[in-house]
Design a protein around this ligand. Structure first.
Ligand SMILES: [Cu+2]
Length: 127
């Protein structure tokens, strides 16, 4: 009996895990709506994700502010990823940006209503 269980754990389980991972590309896909404003935000967010454990790849679309990423559900969770975004200074879906982190963002990366001046060095143009 014990031998059968060992064999099951040694061969069947890893096989099942491999199948689960390869069936739909690497890891799970996740889309998060952020409050990113420009290409500087894109760099900042994608860098933060690159350092995050369990995240394979991430792409932020500046147009619709949606971050698409692939992650390993055994190493991280959507909640954790949203928290990283909040700590980087951005809203993530329904969770709000950490105020301190948000205040540290360059003026042009803040939400339009919080910008004091139309600062230069920003890539989203001057309306
Ligand atoms: Cu920005």
């Amino acid at each position: 009996m014990k031998l059968k269980l060992m064999l099951f754990l040694a061969f069947v389980l890893p096989g099942m895990m491999t199948m689960a991972q390869t069936s739909s590309g690497k890891g799970e896909e996740l889309k998060i709506k952020t409050s990113a404003q420009c290409n500087m935000c894109k760099d900042r967010i994608e860098k933060a994700m690159a350092y995050e454990k369990g995240v394979y790849e991430s792409t932020l679309n500046v147009e619709d502010k949606v971050l698409t990423l692939r992650y390993n559900p055994k190493k991280t969770t959507p909640e954790k990823i949203r928290t990283v975004l909040n700590n980087t200074g951005y809203d993530a879906d329904d969770t709000k940006a950490d105020q301190k982190a948000y205040n540290k963002l360059p003026d042009c990366c803040k939400k339009p209503e919080d910008r004091h001046v139309h600062s230069d060095g920003c890539e989203h143009g001057h309306e």
